[in-house]
Design a protein around this ligand. Sequence first.
Ligand code: SF4
Length: 341
Amino acid sequence: MPETPAPLVEAGELLIDRRRRIDRPLAERLVALADDHLPELLGLAHRVRLAWMGPAVEVESIISAKTGGCPEDCTFCSQSARYTTGVARRPMLPTAALVDLARRTRALGGTEFCIVVAVRGPDERMMREVCAAASAIHAEVEIEVAASLGLLRDGQAEMLAAAGIHRYNHNLEAGPRFFPRICSTHSFDDRVDTCRKVIAAGMELCSGGIFGMGETWDDRLDLAFTLAGLGAREIPCNFLDPRPGTPLGTVPLLAPLDALRCVAVLRCVVPDAVLRYAGGRELVLRDLQAYGMLAGANGLIVGNYLTTLGRSAERDLAMLADLGMPVAERPLTGTAGLRPV
Ligand code: SF4
């Protein structure tokens, strides 16, 4: 029987036996494992997830409450007003529509409903509308409300927290060295600053990235270790779906095995966060989607993404049932600083 490579043994001892984190050099050795050893890496990541987070999967939905027309120039984004992408601009959805969508999410077993708007950051009117929607949803639906409204100014995170928004999404999207290649209208540090405001206001930070934009493995590890350092409680793991009309519209798709390695390495670097298997998985992983759930992911967006269609929620829930993975009855909480389960 072939020997298990040393990096897998060392990572297993640290993460599972000693409940410690791995450092950057060990993560680099995991990244460098040959494809022959990928099944063992996925298996390690799955055991790490079970040890730190348990078997349940958090099911969520995101709703694009205001679509298109964003002034920023993120090169992957079909909602930027700078590119001709065919995404129709749509103003803010009314509160009643958001309550109805939250109710439908709950009926599917979802425990979190995330209100997403395409803006650089919220103005006062949008803050009022989102806070009112969060209150209305809380009054009528048993579900946690999250929000993703872009860059926050001083005081805004506190207002959202006071409105009962428990988690705020603000993706870093890429590591600090690669970020200037995908956005020039705001900086990586601007994004980190908002992430810090979220945590300081007492909300959980949801922050992740997109893989397959042309970044290197060093860039991916930069992102993973930055997220670990920030204390992200949820990490969306997106794969680039090259949208026609955007500057990244012709970038080749990430190879499925690389995508699975991204999930597994991210889980090993951040053992104590919800790792949300998010946009692009249908396109990039195709028949291998279920493997991502066996590679350390423990969160799932069901239904559609912001501007692209996902497969049906029923198919995703059937996948979880086939995998023997229970749907979490409430949002999962990472175990940062606590003893893993
Ligand atoms: S700030 Fe957000 S919505 Fe605007 S272009 Fe960038 S990713 Fe798209």
